[in-house]
Ligand binder design. Structure first.
Ligand SMILES: [Fe+2]
Length: 336
């Protein structure tokens, strides 16, 4: 990715490893070596909230966070509530402690594409927190993309089609392949899963082999509950079979007919999304993204509706904890 005006301002002085053409997060640095993060959040809360709404993300740097308990306290201090449990799991993730999780246990060599956490759910976290316990040796950034800019940059025909038809994700939980439904829903009780889905507008079909197919149709464009801005907020690109590595997608298509793919997306009425459209979506996301190098004890606060996040492949240890807060069920109709 190349540096442009948005980011060169930031990278001129203090932010090593910034690159990209998107909206850079607001950097809030500890003023002194022994500055207390909780007290500073208290003092600067209004300013940090304003920056979060304007830039979509805030990076706290230079504080001694104090491990997982300190990170949990940061979440409580900024959001005013404890972190949320991680429901409807779609990627491998381990609990570190309480509601603090590993960012993902996905293989280090693979990129995780830009997405807004849990945008396929009826309710999603409004705010995400990432804590760098151990930086990677190379790459391993958490690139960010401003979903207001993504929406504005889409081909108007593509945008209008999604506004009109919405999108849906179909997940097939096969026995012995991928994340089992028992893990995704954190229960082995079928009736509990059926009830959970019914409450959240998810169609659940139990398969003869013990597997499960779920279909969730959602709006592709939402309105931000605080700023009132329209945002591109969905997993239509992330979960589409063409977004995984090419050989993986080809392998999956060799094993499963399209309707049985572990995860795939469609327009909300079930119609196929053409490959040319997902190519366009991916390029628009990438063209509006920024990245930075993690430093130990960085805390990144992300407005989950304003900002999509990703993960670069990496080498080295890389331990990033994640927590989610402020459940949102903003009205889905993003049209004015
Ligand atoms: Fe994520």
């Amino acid at each position: 990715m190349t540096s442009t005006h948005d980011v060169t301002r930031a990278s001129a002085g203090v932010l090593p490893g910034w690159a990209g053409t998107g909206t850079a997060p607001h950097l809030h640095r500890a003023r002194t070596e022994d500055a207390a993060v909780l007290a500073d959040i208290d003092t600067h809360r209004d300013e940090l909230r304003r920056c979060l709404a304007r830039q979509g993300a805030v990076l706290l740097r230079g504080y001694a966070i104090g491990g997982v308990d300190g990170f949990d306290a940061v979440v409580r201090a900024f959001s005013g509530t404890p972190p949320l449990a991680y429901a409807e799991r779609s990627s491998p993730r381990s609990t570190i402690k309480g509601q603090v999780y590993t960012s993902t246990d996905y293989p280090a060599a693979e990129e995780i594409f830009l997405h807004n956490e849990n945008s396929y759910q009826a309710v999603w976290p409004g705010t995400l927190y990432f804590h760098c316990a151990e930086p990677p040796t190379t790459q391993g950034a958490t690139p960010l993309a401003d979903t207001r800019r993504v929406l504005a940059a889409l081909d108007p025909d593509v945008r209008e089609e999604f506004e009109r038809r919405g999108w849906q994700v179909v997940r097939n939980f096969h026995t012995g392949f991928g994340v089992p439904w028992q893990e995704a829903f954190a229960t082995a009780d079928r009736d509990a899963v059926t009830a959970y889905c019914a409450e959240r507008d998810i169609v659940a079909e139990w398969r003869p082999d013990g597997g499960l197919r779920t279909t969730a149709a959602r709006a592709a464009v939402h309105r931000h509950p605080v700023t009132g801005e329209r945002v591109w907020f969905n997993h239509a690109t992330f979960f589409h079979v063409t977004t995984v590595a090419e050989e993986v997608g080809a392998g999956l298509r060799a094993i499963f007919p399209d309707e049985d793919l572990p995860t795939n997306t469609y327009y909300g009425d079930g119609g196929a999304i053409p490959d040319a459209v997902t190519d366009h979506l991916r390029s628009v996301y990438r063209a509006n993204s920024v990245r930075f190098d993690w430093q130990r004890d960085d805390v990144l606060i992300v407005d989950n509706m304003l900002t999509a996040h990703a993960r670069e492949p990496f080498t080295g240890p890389r331990r990033i904890a994640v927590a989610m807060a402020e459940p949102s069920d903003a009205p889905s109709d993003g049209r004015s």
